[in-house]
Design a protein around this ligand. Sequence first.
Ligand code: LIP
Length: 261
Amino acid sequence: MARETELMTFAEELAREAGELAHRRRAEGVDIAATKSTLADIVTAADREVEQLIRERIAAERPDDGFVGEEFDALRGRSGVTWVVDPIDGTVNYAGGSPFYAVSIAAVEGEPRPREWMALAGVVHAPALGETFRAARGEGAFLDGRRLAVAEPHAAGALVATGFGYDPATHAGDLATLARVFVHARDIRRTGSASLDLASVAAGRVDAYYERGLSPWDHAAGALLVTEAGGVVSWADVASARPMIIAAAPTVHATLTDVLV
Ligand code: LIP
């Protein structure tokens, strides 16, 4: 079995076990453990518990690998492979009882920094939706057993997903960008989970997704889903504090980039 496929299979096992824990904790009732960058940027006890479970499983199975997660300090590895993990992406949705949240797990090679690493495998598992998206580099992207492909262009324009940061000071600028995009779009979607937005691009459910200021764990797995489904992922404004990710089918990506950049 190719290394990428092995890593994807392990990531899927991890994501399913972690997703079951997150789903169970949600049913038991969710405690807000703390806030981070702003009052809106919450973390639940389940975020921390799920990430700890994933870290422990990886440390037992692949002790030389590195780890970069949302909730605890990064761990540098010796193998060249680093796991980039968002234990619950869409935390605000999760805390409020919405099903749009996912366990996002990616295995990357090289420096564990976005735009420097090479993604080898990625899984985005949405336990409340009963959907598991997965990809291994060079092997395609899949939703459960179905191979994925990004959408063909739509005569009425692109269906564009996006998101906004937790800092209210960024909202005016992001809304101005949205106003420019909407002129060229047939509609907009805002789900609250970057990994599920990227998975939706890969599945052809939306035509494009862009967002400023994502963390590495928000996009590491979903970006691989998009490229393995025939899409394009690029970055704009990379020197700023809030670089912008742009993910879409090739033709839509070119048009959207002209509007955004
Ligand atoms: C979230 C992203 C979402 C973004 C939110 C937040 P979290 O990640 O998935 O796209 O708009 O501001 O960053 O905090 O739920 O892991």
